[in-house]
Structures are given as C-alpha cells and as structure tokens.
Design a protein around this ligand. Structure first.
Ligand SMILES: Cc1cc2nc3c(=O)[nH]c(=O)nc-3n(C[C@H](O)[C@H](O)[C@H](O)COP(=O)(O)OP(=O)(O)OC[C@H]3O[C@@H](n4cnc5c(N)ncnc54)[C@H](O)[C@@H]3O)c2cc1C
Length: 388
C-alpha cells in the first residue's frame, strides 16, 4: 500500500509491547498516533496464534508473562483477564528427564536415593569452587554449584545457545538461573506468573480498540516507507537502532533462532503417555531443555499452560543459529564489543531530537515483556506528564 500525506501527532515504528503500550497512553492523553509494523500482525515477538491444527502457539518462542510489579499487571488488566500459570521445566540428559532448575529433587536423582536438604547443602559445599568475584558465566556456575551440575545442565546448553564458551560470556547470562536446596522446582521467581486468558493477540486487539479513532495501526509497512510522508511532531522507534541509522557503524550482533513445529494427534499422544506421564501431552512438562543432545536447545509444549481443550498437541523445537542481516533479530549478544558498538549508536541518538528509541531492539537489550511495558509507560509519562 502506498501511504501518502498522513498527519498525526506521533509516528511509532513497531507494534509490539513497546510501541502499542506507548501509543495507548498517548491516545489516552488526547494525542493521535500512527503505529506502523513491517510484519502482518500486531504484538511483535509476543504474538500468539493458532496453528493449522487449531493449537495455540507462540511462533517467536514461548512468552511466559511474569512480573513483580502490581502496577504493570493492573495496567495490562485493562485489556485482558489472566490465566494463572506455573511454568515448569525439565532437562533431558544422559537418557533421562531431570528436575530443573536444580533443586533437592535433582540432587536425589543424582545420588539415586531420597535425601535431606542438609545433605544437599553439604554436597554443594564440597562441589563449589571458591571464586570470590566470578568474571564470566562458567565461573558463576562453578562458584554456585560446582562442576557436576555445570557439566550436566549448563555448559552444553550455553554453548549451543550462544555458540560461545561460557568462559567468554558475561556473568549475567547464566547468573540468573536459580538453584534451590528445597523441592521448589518453579522455573521463575516472580510473584505474578500468568498468561493473557485469551492470548496475547486478544490483549493487543483490546488495547487497540480502546484507543478508538485516535490510533491508526498500519501493518505490512516498513518505517522507511512512511518516514517522509507522515507529518508528525515526533517519532518513536522500537525497531533496531542500527537499522534506523543505516548501519553506519556496522550491524549490532544478534543470536537468532529457528523454530520447528510438530503436531501430534490424539492416537500418537496415547503412545507417548508412557513417556510424558500425562494423557494428551507429548512431554512431561511445558519445557524440556536439551543441554547435551541434539542441535535444538529446548522443546516447548504450550498446551501445558494454556489449558487448551484439544485432543492433539503441538510441540516446538528451538534451534539457535547465527543471525544474518535482514532476518528477525532475537537475542542481543552480551559482550563488551557489542556494548561498545551500541554505545556509538546511543551517542548518535542522543543528539537526534526527532526520534526516541525504546523497546528491546531500540535499546539493544534483552528485556522481559513487563520491563518493556514499564519502559513504554515511562516514555509516555515523559511526553504527557501524566503517570500511568
Ligand atoms: C525467544 C524469546 C523468548 C522470550 N520469552 C520471553 C518470556 O518468556 N517472557 C518475557 O517476559 N519476555 C520474553 N521475551 C522477550 C519479549 O519478546 C520482549 O520483551 C518483547 O517482545 C519486547 O517488545 P518490543 O515491542 O520491544 O519488541 P518486539 O516485540 O520485537 O516488537 C518490535 C516490532 O517492531 C517491528 N519493526 C522493527 N523494525 C521495523 C521497521 N523498520 N518498520 C516497522 N516495524 C518494524 C517488528 O516487526 C516488531 O513487530 C522473549 C524473547 C525472545 C527472543
């Protein structure tokens, strides 16, 4: 579609959480906004959809909503009800499933008998390697839990995910995975863990509808197609900052992913029940990590948390891979070189009064969804002077 001579207050590139939350707040304050996205749907990477078999999937990787901020939950509750979830993960290695993240059950599986918390703590004390200030991801895990658990669950997974040795990665990459000496096997630690009851796509549709005619969302359209034809006060850009500036300092590095979906019918799942331990499911829990086998890092079976009433089930295998220019960027690479390159773009953007960058691509940072919502709300507050 050729876009000509539109006029608005704010032009926003990107219809993910960053762009749409910002737009909603600006519209609520009385402004008009146009949001453009080059994809054919709203929601950015948080988009969900039904596959050809009618099973709800997350095509850009599983999106487990969680937050410790009641204000964020309250804000989003204007557009959705919630489905409480416990996100559970297991790890497959040495030909069996293991309880994960590491907890007392994992220890019992290692030693092969029932054990007490005190025994596990003592074992950990013997295993841990004394490193006062860990300098990288290998050191952080060795100092927290020692070589046995590092080799079983972390080393291979991290290498596959990042194509780098854990020694060459920031402490932050592995440092946030919990270890617990109790039976608590919850994957995440945030207080509120839930999914939008009718899916992310419904949340975004409700958000857009609430803006009425103040908001126009134009899909299948790159920012470059409208940047010279939309008259506006200011631009907000939630796409990649290096793309905005024509990669003038070079491309920021990303790690990318390939997803492989496989659907199983009711009768096939009957055969799998001896492995999954659950009727109607392919695997025992929502997510199974594969640190040491195969080329994929994890398999996700979303039906475990969506509670969808479907006789079949769809699993998604996730293959990390190198990112090529023109593809969807996934994870910013957490290294000193990439941080230095981003800083050059950031310095450039600070002199540029026409545009503000936000979101995971605009600020080249891995953010969870609630953090991006917070960033968008803060940006809106700066513009409107009105909180939430
Ligand atoms: C594999 C994976 C799993 C994740 N899992 C979780 C999770 O479990 N929980 C969690 O809280 N977070 C998770 N996240 C993070 C979550 O995806 C982000 O927090 C969220 O998507 C950020 O929203 P955003 O709007 O900044 O970016 P995005 O969702 O990426 O949206 C940016 C949008 O901008 C558009 N765009 C880019 N360039 C242009 C352009 N030039 N013109 C027009 N449009 C453009 C893109 O098409 C895209 O739709 C995960 C991320 C990944 C990669």
């Amino acid at each position: 579609m050729k876009i000509r001579n539109l006029k608005t207050d704010y032009l926003i590139a990107g219809a993910g959480f960053a762009g749409l939350v910002l737009a909603e707040r600006l519209c609520a304050a009385g402004f008009h906004c146009i949001v453009v996205d080059k994809r054919s749907h709203t929601g950015g990477n948080s988009h969900d959809t039904y596959d050809a078999h009618g099973v709800l999937i997350h095509p850009y990787g599983p999106h487990y909503f969680r937050t410790d901020a009641p204000a964020i939950l309250e804000y989003l509750s204007r557009f959705t009800d919630w489905l409480p979830c416990t996100y559970r993960v297991q790890s497959w290695t040495n030909g069996r499933y293991w309880s994960f993240p590491v907890n007392l059950k994992t220890f019992e599986q290692i030693v092969g008998h029932k054990a007490s918390e005190a025994e596990f703590i003592k074992w950990l004390e013997q295993e841990r390697i004394a490193i006062d200030t860990p300098q990288n991801s290998e050191e952080v895990i060795l100092s927290q839990m020692g070589p046995t658990l590092y080799e079983l669950f972390f080393k291979g997974y991290t290498r596959k995910q990042w194509k780098r040795d854990p020694k060459d990665l920031d402490v932050s990459v592995c440092g946030r995975i919990p270890i617990r000496t109790t039976y608590n096997d919850a994957y995440l630690k945030e207080k509120f863990q839930c999914l939008p009851k009718n899916g992310y796509h419904a949340l975004f549709a409700n958000l857009i509808e609430s803006c009425g005619d103040k908001l126009q969302v134009i899909l299948n359209t790159d920012y470059t197609e409208v940047k010279d034809t939309v008259e506006r006060k200011h631009t907000f850009f939630t796409g990649p900052i290096d793309a905005y500036y024509g990669y003038c300092f070079g491309a920021l590095p990303y790690r990318s992913l390939r997803f492989e979906q496989e659907h199983y019918k009711e009768e096939q799942l009957l055969e799998r029940a001896t492995i999954s331990g659950k009727q109607g499911f392919w695997q025992p829990e929502l997510q199974v990590n594969y640190p040491n086998d195969y080329e994929f890092t994890r398999i996700v079976e979303l039906k475990h948390i969506t509670g969808q009433n479907h006789t079949g089930s769809t699993i998604v295998r996730e293959y990390p891979r190198d990112w090529q220019m023109g593809e969807d960027p996934y994870y910013p690479i957490p290294s000193d070189e990439s941080k230095a390159l981003y800083k050059r773009y950031k310095n450039l953007s600070e002199k540029d009064t026409d545009v503000t960058f936000l979101g995971r691509l605009g600020t080249y940072r891995y953010y969870n969804m609630d953090q991006v919502v917070t960033q968008a709300l803060n940006t809106a507050e700066t513009v409107t002077g009105k909180p939430l």
